[in-house]
Design a protein around this ligand. Structure first.
Ligand SMILES: O=P(O)(O)OC[C@H]1O[C@H](O[C@H]2O[C@H](CO)[C@@H](O)[C@H](O)[C@H]2O)[C@H](O)[C@@H](O)[C@@H]1O
Ligand SMILES: O=c1ccn([C@@H]2O[C@H](COP(=O)(O)OP(=O)(O)O)[C@@H](O)[C@H]2O)c(=O)[nH]1
Length: 459
């Protein structure tokens, strides 16, 4: 059997838990298949030579981790600059937040070249290589240029925006050409796939051979949607473990006279947290029966703090939460509990289960695994309600959630009120259908579907 080689910027020890959906999903994949996981070590070497980084290897359960350090200059231009200052905002439809600094692209290319150079000697002829996310779009092209002939697949964890938004990236043409070095490209949703198909036809002049195969730049590429899932059994086990039970019991006890609403996100402008908090304020304003009762716990895990847009969103959120608590709070009740810290994943199921309304309302999101975790953690006899943004990839399949437009503050407040008042029977029916869908398309299904399609691609 072919060994799986996973390549991603973010690498985590698969035996430990990490914040961020990509790390969580890949850790679950590698725990099951074993293989090699290659990427950035997380170390930044001050004064290090650009394009050079020490390679570290370690065994982590069934997987080998091979990670490379980044010099400060590479980190700032490749990760912070081009990946998170250009590609991330544009891929999330936020051209207004993009920082098109012409200096970043050199670092992005340099790190992709270094990754290819360091990875190549670790590869076996029979390996299957699976590259993840926007940080590493040109990796296959670099590997191919060095003689790599193995099957290489690519999965984009973020959304892919419509062609005219993509076209704002000065290097769009080069990036799209680089994608054609892969045998298979996977997207989170059918919408992302349709944007890709339109882009390659209208901007790159590619010939669609059929709905999923495109020919351009002398290569044939297959592209499909593979919505990522979670390990349902693992998360259900976590829900019933002592730690989650304790968290559930203490949260229920503390909020026994209240209705609990919960948001769990990295503190990222794509997650729509200020919009959500404003909708919560509107709920208190429009439906006064919720005052002294509804409490929003917002966990906002620190993320990419050295990128300016992230510092801005933090300030905005702190100000907003402070003003709502000042306007509505009382001696015995604070409407918003804002926690700017990463909460250990094993504690989250207890919090989700103690919650009446889960708020997953990003302005754009590739998938959003928190939505799926929330469903799995519920008590089927008395489940909470998921309020889900129609702009999260997860919404394409989770139609029994209450779908909202997060830009519509008033409409979102109305839907939250509907969630708070939903009869138990309706909650049970919706939850049952949602749980089935999350089970059917779990992380194992996602990995199998992608790898089967990759094995069959280009043959
Ligand atoms: O690695 P970081 O810069 O700390 O950021 C964390 C990850 O954020 C993004 O996650 C995405 O992947 C999830 C799983 O597919 C998906 O549910 C979510 O919608 C995406 O935002 C990013 O794409 C990853 O590369 C980061 O590691
Ligand atoms: O304080 C936190 C916040 C998030 N997460 C985990 O991080 C992942 C977030 O993934 P998602 O796909 O929702 O969004 P991303 O952060 O990847 O954009 C989920 O597994 C969460 O359980 C966590 O463990 N602790």
């Amino acid at each position: 059997m072919s060994r799986l080689v996973v390549v991603s910027n973010r690498v985590a020890d698969p035996r430990k838990v990490a914040a961020g959906g990509l790390a969580v999903a890949l850790a679950e994949t590698l725990n099951e298949t074993g293989g090699l996981w290659f990427g950035w070590s997380g170390n930044i070497v001050e004064g290090g030579t650009p394009g050079e980084g020490e390679l570290h290897t370690q065994q982590a359960g069934p997987a080998t981790l091979a990670t490379v350090d980044l010099s400060r200059e590479d980190h700032d231009s490749y990760y912070q600059g081009y990946s998170n200052g250009v590609l991330w905002p544009v891929f999330h439809y936020r051209v207004d937040l993009a920082d098109f600094d012409a200096g970043y692209i050199a670092g992005y290319r340099r790190v992709n070249q270094m990754f290819a150079r360091k990875l190549l000697p670790l590869l076996k002829d029979s390996d299957t290589i699976w590259v993840h996310d926007y940080h590493l779009i040109p990796l296959a092209a670099e590997l191919r240029a060095m003689g790599c002939r193995q099957k290489i697949g690519f999965f984009l964890h973020t959304p892919l925006p419509p062609p005219l938004l993509l076209a704002t990236i000065p290097q769009q043409d080069w990036l799209m050409r680089a994608l054609f070095a892969y045998d298979l490209v996977g997207f989170q949703s059918e919408v992302d796939l349709s944007h890709f198909a339109r882009y390659v036809e209208t901007e790159a002049g590619a010939q669609p051979l059929d709905r999923h195969r495109f020919r351009a730049f002398g290569s044939t590429l297959e592209a499909r949607a593979f919505p990522i899932g979670i390990d349902v059994d693992e998360f259900a086990a976590l829900t019933h473990a002592q730690e989650a039970r304790d968290t559930y019991a203490s949260t229920r006890e503390e909020y026994k006279r209240r209705r609990l609403l919960m948001g769990v996100d990295r503190l990222d402008y794509s997650k729509g947290i200020p919009h959500r908090v404003r909708a919560f304020r509107e709920l208190l304003a429009q439906y006064p029966e919720n005052r002294h009762s509804a409490t929003l716990i917002q966990i906002a895990s620190p993320s990419r703090e050295s990128v300016d847009a992230y510092a801005d969103i933090r300030r905005e959120l702190e100000h907003l939460c402070g003003s709502i608590n000042g306007d509505y709070g009382d001696l015995d009740w604070m409407p918003v509990r804002y926690i700017h810290r990463t909460i250990a994943r094993k504690r989250l199921p207890g919090l989700y289960r103690a919650t009446q309304v889960g708020l997953v309302t990003p302005l754009r999101d590739g998938m959003n695994l928190v939505a799926k975790e929330f469903i799995v953690a519920q008590d089927p006899a008395d489940p909470g309600v998921l309020v889900l943004s129609r702009f999260a990839g997860a919404a394409e399949r989770l139609k029994e959630a209450l779908l909202v437009n997060p830009y519509d503050t008033h409409g979102t407040a109305q839907v939250i009120q509907q969630a708070l008042q939903m009869p138990r029977e309706e909650r049970q029916q919706r939850h049952q259908k949602l749980l089935q869908r999350v089970r059917d398309e779990d992380v194992h299904w996602w990995r199998r579907s992608f790898l089967q399609a990759l094995a069959a691609a280009g043959g």
